[in-house]
Design a protein. Structure first.
Length: 144
């Protein structure tokens, strides 16, 4: 099964997408599932995206950069992901993020440079291989 761009183009009001793959060993990679070009821009702005346990290539889907209304991003157990995008990506998607789950990915590298305006309530980066200093907003939380 695949969601081609011409099918997704009709989903202009889509706000939540949950594609948890329970059959990870037999399902197609998510890039095959979406079957969209690397420069595809979705007609929707998601508030919640859960694509945990999906088999992917080693890069984040570039269309995620267009999703600046995301409140929840769950890309945990996002198999084969090796690197995390740095500043540019997170400045685009992070303004509204309240929950972010990126556990169980075995991502190697520097901690992402998240926007200082992030208002995260929940973040899970466990079971990865991040290193480097914690972002300032984690070290010095704002007073409540």
């Amino acid at each position: 099964m695949a969601l081609y761009h011409w099918k997704l183009e009709k989903l202009t009001e889509l706000e939540s997408l949950d594609l948890e793959v329970k059959c990870a060993s037999v399902c197609s990679p998510i890039h095959s599932f979406f079957n969209v070009s690397s420069n595809w821009i979705p007609p929707f702005l998601l508030q919640e995206l859960r694509i945990r346990s999906c088999s992917v290539g080693s890069e984040f889907p570039t269309w995620l950069q267009t999703q600046h209304k995301l409140n929840v991003l769950d890309i945990s157990t996002y198999r084969n992901l090796k690197h995390c995008p740095q500043t540019g990506f997170w400045n685009l998607v992070s303004v509204n993020l309240a929950e972010m789950y990126m556990s169980e990915n075995q991502i190697e590298g520097m901690l992402p440079k998240f926007s200082t305006s992030m208002q995260l309530n929940t973040i899970d980066l466990s079971s990865n291989r991040f290193y480097g200093p914690l972002p300032g907003f984690w070290v010095h939380p704002s007073p409540t």
